[in-house]
Design a binder for this molecule. Structure first.
Ligand code: NAD
Ligand code: AHE
Ligand code: ZN
Length: 376
């Protein structure tokens, strides 16, 4: 297959709000500094549903979604030195070129090298490697893992331990790494800290794992779904607050301030709801509390608070992919998983075949799904 176009199955999103279509796609061979991957497993993340819904200002169609995938390198283009055919890899929607201003800053995991073309759904040379029904299909987040074969930039892929099971480690391609890293890298929660996590999905539960790893003393999960209490405690939460069952007149902010003697050292939004983001900021301790936004909000949504909240020392921050530099740091997280330090298997509640991927989207909107993993 090296050097040739591969015809395989993919789940194509032809338009916003439509179901994905399971059909043949032609995947062109990788050009210079590109890698063709046989995807073995992919998770379905809330962000895939968000872009499919049409609420993502960067969303464009037709497109092959998916950004939480693990697979095996099939072939590489000219000049690729970081991976070789046969390597087990995880696709990186946050690439790491190691040479741009961002990568060299030591201040962020964001990489500037290919962000513009990635956002337009094309490879760094401005073209697509996917064709179906006689037309070009766009790439998504530089990964497009809802295809049995995909092509990514070489800076958007990392080789990991071959003994790590790909039907689980695919989740380190987004949700788990995002939450765990937000707590351990972006916030770098100190030992003894008080932490509140709004939204106990895959991302929020992984923030809880990170807060536990860093030795937080009080870890409060906040969710409107009562079934998330058991989930949160299983991952290490010490307290659970359901905002919809608080007594009349008590807000979730009041409740968190009461539980923490004045406010939390760290809070995390893992919902994407801008009202929740405000509550998360206002539940921070005066003088130093930091609130980290992880959730992705729809086009047109804006956050607000009284500037006084910041004047008096609270800090509003954000985190993408948990602040993790994929090529440098993801193998370490896979190692932590293999050593039992990071829970991954426990977050998988559903499994589907690629042909059934629409069911994975359906279950995601039900309360009992943490992550659905798709077997390609
Ligand atoms: P999820 O849907 O599984 O979890 C969200 C949780 O929030 C659910 O348990 C839900 O009951 C709860 N919730 C909803 N409204 C609430 C409210 N008003 N108050 C309290 N809880 C509420 O989603 P997920 O996969 O865990 O992702 C969470 C968010 O993070 C999404 O917005 C996703 O797009 C985003 N995300 C961001 C990054 C990043 O790099 N920044 C990476 C992955 C996901
Ligand atoms: N395209 C959206 C923003 C989407 C977004 O914020 N994506 C996160 C990752 S979510 C993973 O599930 C991210 O990494 N953002 C950084 C970046 O460079 O995109 C919009 O609003 O335009
Ligand atoms: Zn994601």
């Amino acid at each position: 297959t090296v050097g040739k176009t591969i015809t395989c199955k993919a789940a194509i999103a032809w338009g916003a709000g439509q179901e994905l279509s399971y059909e043949d796609v032609e995947v062109a061979p990788p050009k210079a500094h590109e890698v063709r991957i046989q995807i073995k497993h992919t998770g379905v993340c809330h962000t895939d549903a968000y872009t499919l819904s049409g609420k993502d200002p960067e969303g464009a169609f037709p497109v092959i979604l998916g950004h939480e995938g693990a697979g095996i390198v099939e072939s590489v283009g000219e000049g690729v030195t970081n991976v070789k055919p046969g390597d087990h890899v995880i696709a990186l929607y946050t690439p790491e070129c190691k040479e741009c201003k961002f990568c060299k800053s030591g201040k962020t995991n964001l990489c500037g090298k290919i962000r513009a073309t990635q956002g337009r759904g094309v490879m760094p040379d401005g073209t697509s490697r996917f064709r179906a029904r006689g037309q070009d299909i766009l790439h998504f987040m530089g990964t497009s893992t809802f295809s049995q074969y995909t092509v990514v930039a070489d800076i958007s892929v990392v080789a990991v331990q071959p003994e790590a099971p790909m039907d689980r480690t695919c989740l380190l391609g987004c949700g788990i790494t995002t939450g765990y890293g937000a707590a351990t890298i972006t916030a770098n929660v100190e030992k003894g800290s008080t932490v509140a996590i709004f939204g106990a999905g895959c991302v929020g539960l992984s923030v809880i794992q990170g807060a536990v790893a860093n030795g937080a003393s009080k870890i409060i999960a906040v969710d409107v779904n009562p079934s998330k209490e058991e989930w949160s405690r299983k991952f290490g939460a010490t307290d659970f607050v359901n905002p919809s069952t608080l007594p009349e007149g008590q807000s979730v902010v009041d409740k968190l301030i009461e539980l923490t003697d004045g406010g939390c050292d760290y809070t995390f939004d893992c919902t994407g709801n801008v009202k929740v983001m405000r509550a998360a900021l206002e539940a921070c301790h005066k003088g130093w509390g930091q609130s980290i936004i992880i959730g992705v909000a729809a086009a047109g949504q804006e956050i607000s608070t009284r500037p006084f909240m910041l004047v008096t020392g609270r800090v509003w921050r954000g985190s993408a992919f948990g602040g993790v530099k994929g090529r440098s740091q993801l193998p370490g997280l896979v190692e932590d998983y293999l050593n039992g330090k990071i829970k991954v298997d426990e977050l998988i509640t559903h499994r589907k075949k690629l042909a059934e991927i629409n069911e994975a989207f359906e279950v995601m909107h039900q309360g009992d799904c943490i992550r659905a993993v798709v077997d390609m």
